[in-house]
Structure formats: C-alpha cells, structure tokens
Design a protein around this ligand. Structure first.
Ligand code: AMP
Length: 251
C-alpha cells in the first residue's frame, strides 16, 4: 500500500499511472465497516483502489463538531492495509484549499433542503471538496454510501451538470446488528443513547408515514430535525443530546 501525504508527489505518480480502471473512495477517516464496504466494491471493479482520508473543514457548519471529529490515521491505515487498499492519500487542508476557499461550488435547490436546511453551507463544502478530490484523483469509478443519501444525490447531479468523466457508484448502508447505521459519530454516544439510537432505523422502516416516524422518535427522546418522504425514500436527521444521526430507508 502506497501512502501519499504530498499531493504534488501524488499528482506526479498519477500522471504516470497506466493501470485502469481506477476506483476511488473518499472518506474523512475514523474508518468502519461502512467505509470498508466501499473499498470492497472498488476492489471488485477496479485494477487499482485509492482511498483518501481528509477531514474537510469547509463542510462543518459547527466548529465544535469539527474539533471533536475522530482523527486516528494510524489505525485507519492498518485497516486499509488489511482490507487491500492500493493507494492512500492523506492531504492536509493547505494542499486541498490552496486558494483559501476563494473558489467554491454552490447548488441552489436540493442542497438547501433536509440536512442543508439545518446545516448552512454544509453541502457547498461537500460538493467543493468532492469536485477537488475527483480532479486530483481522476478515477473511473468513485464510491459513495447510500447512508448519506442527500449527499450521494447531489454528487450525482454535480457530476452530470459538469460533464465530469467519472462513474458514481452507490453502496448500500452497512448497519450494526440492531439496525443502527454505522457512523464515525456513533462512538460519541453514551450507553443510554446507544441503546436508543437504533430506534431511528426502526421508526423509519416500520412507520406508515413520515409523521408517525417523527412521533415515535420524539417519544424516544430524539430531537427531530426532519423526517421526509422523497420519491421512494424516507430520510431523517435527529439528535440524541449533541449527537446528530442521519439515516434513510427505501419505502
Ligand atoms: P465519511 O467518512 O463519513 O465522510 O464517509 C465516507 C463515505 O463512506 C461516504 O460515501 C459515506 O456515505 C460512506 N459511509 C459512511 N457510513 C456508511 C455506512 N454505514 N454504510 C455505507 N457507507 C457509509
């Protein structure tokens, strides 16, 4: 496994890379089975699989959330090595934002709804970093989780809008045994919150309407940001204490 911390060195290596297809998995680290399932999908379809770890500051609307975001690249690298990643990119913020974030990508409709309505600027940060990373890696396939469904949809739309030559592959949400979607944020839940957290998935899946799901969540002590049915999916974000959880299911 090759690890690049210098993006200049990576770009020189990439320019000489002839193998195809290239698969790419962008992450913010604190890796779990959800992330590794994207790498597995990449390894099935690609000659070379690249994973990046970059905790993107521009997508955090809440500074405290950014500061406490788990950061453990040592154990992440061990996990990636045993899961068979070929290349890992570990850029720092100065390399990704050489322009000090003067240039950004804005979407003016869907990104303002659901999570975007509660996290101003979040999806501008996400789309901007994904555009930069895709340009830096130039993969044939890029893998994203359905867990972040609104993000996935916006990235698909961005790639289509800008004629970007990459195939976006959606991967199913990986869950804990009780149904809780795996997330780097789950490690901040205390024992009581963790026991209640699986209600999010159960309420989305087993309610007849979004309103019924909202009611069940409130009854379990969640502060609900939203539950909404959009086409064939039910999407939600809800907080237990200061931990914000998101999930979605097919309906
Ligand atoms: P993150 O590190 O949270 O930015 O996530 C990196 C990628 O992993 C994104 O495409 C996420 O949607 C995906 N991902 C995160 N959690 C899961 C999960 N439980 N199942 C599947 N994909 C996931």
């Amino acid at each position: 496994m090759k690890v690049f911390t210098s993006m200049t060195e990576w770009q020189a290596y990439r320019a000489a890379l002839k193998e195809k297809p290239l698969g790419y998995v962008p992450t913010m680290g604190a890796l779990h089975q959800g992330h590794l399932s994207l790498l597995k999908a990449s390894k099935e379809h690609s000659a070379v699989s690249i994973v990046s770890i970059f905790i993107n500051p521009t997508q955090f609307d809440d500074k405290k959330d950014f500061e406490k975001y788990p950061d453990d690249s040592g154990s992440d690298l061990e996990r990636l090595e045993s899961a068979g990643a070929d290349i890992v990119l570990l850029p720092d913020s100065a390399q990704i934002y050489r322009d000090d974030y003067r240039f950004k990508l804005t979407e003016s409709d869907f990104s303002r709804r659901l999570c975007g309505a509660h996290r101003p600027g979040h999806f501008d940060g996400v789309l901007t970093v994904v555009m930069r990373l895709l340009n830096l890696v130039r993969p044939d396939h890029a893998y994203f989780g359905e867990k972040d469904y609104q993000q996935l949809q916006l990235i698909r739309d961005m790639v289509s809008a800008f004629f970007m030559p990459v195939n976006i592959v959606a991967c199913e949400t990986v869950r804990e045994r009780d149904g809780l979607a795996m997330s780097s944020r789950n490690q901040h839940l205390d024992a009581g919150q963790r026991a209640r957290a699986a209600t999010l998935y159960a309420a989305l899946k087993h309610s007849r309407t979004a309103a019924e799901a909202r009611q069940k969540l409130a009854g379990e002590g969640f502060e609900v940001d939203y539950v909404e049915d959009i086409q064939d999916r039910r999407l939600a974000a809800a907080r237990l204490g200061s931990i914000r959880l998101i999930d979605n299911v097919e309906i």
